[in-house]
Design a protein around this ligand. Sequence first.
Ligand code: DON
Length: 368
Amino acid sequence: MQVLGLGRAAIRSTQLHAIVQNSRARVEIMKTMTRLTAALAVMAIGTAAFAADPTPKEMQQAVDAAYAKYKGLQEGKNADYIPILTKTPSDLFGVVIVTRDGKMYSAGDVDYRFSIQSVSKPFTAALVMSQQGPKVLDDKIGVEPTGLPFNSRLALEIYKDKRSVNPLVNAGAIAAVSMVKATSETDRWNQVLQNISDFAGSPKPLEVLEEVYQSEYTTAFGNRAIANLLYNYDRLYSDPEEALRVYTRECSIGVNTKDLGMMGATLANLGVNPLTKKRVMPAEDVPELLAIMATAGFYDESGEWMYTAGLPAKTGVGGGIVAVVPGKFAIAAFSPRLNAAGNSVRSMHAIRDIAGQFGVGVFGANPE
Ligand code: DON
């Protein structure tokens, strides 16, 4: 029996070794990809695109067509690990384009408010960049895509030097919240909320969907483990429970598809909100932020997304996605049914179709 036991341990250790080796190779590939994408995103902004700008009529037709084409698609299912998200009506679907000068084209349920979830993450990363410069993200969080799910604990052990890995996975986003320069938890939260509201150009601060907050915070055992592990490894920069609360609150902010479109348009407009004209982040930090969105915005599906859509984007388990065409416009969509990676199925299809039709992928037109 003992021999058998030892044999099993040896097999497990070999398997673990293979996983870690594999992951290290992936890290090296992803590092190269991040640098390449950053360079290309800057080039895309500099050359202001490969395709002619679509006309207003073409934009409206594109959102109408994407809405009509995917409205009947039932694939995927609502997130259920945050219990209340199962109650969002699954058939809701909205599609929006917002240009960098604030013109909006929309179809479907674009006024329905849902929780922003992970779509909040790049915007809080932007706040940290605005306060402390882009290098601090690299130094204190990291900018590597993990190739692993958004809530991976394994990633913290594989990426030993950076631990929280990148600001778009849960670990990095909890770390980002903890890095906001604040005098108290209330101050930290108010800044996070104000910043996201500024990106959306909302005349008054956006509101938290309290039921979503309660549902997520009372079941946030995995994220609490991540916050505590990060703190243990000196990679969290505030009290862990405070960071968890503020992070969970930011994920529970209520937005509609138009808000997401406007937030993306602010990035397309190099950090100035098209409606309020307020500068929300430094223009020179936008390419770095878009590079992280390009390499990690879809978690373990980021490669597939860039391969087929070619746009920096961010998803959330509430069903929202925002994609940015640098220097031009944003495409946002909302639909609660998710695929296995936690990304909205209809939203992905709609955004990919529109990007393909207009030939606006940052690497060039990708019409299929
Ligand atoms: O922390 C969580 O698990 C959620 N508040 C956010 C996750 C999420 O949106 C992942 N995105 N697709």
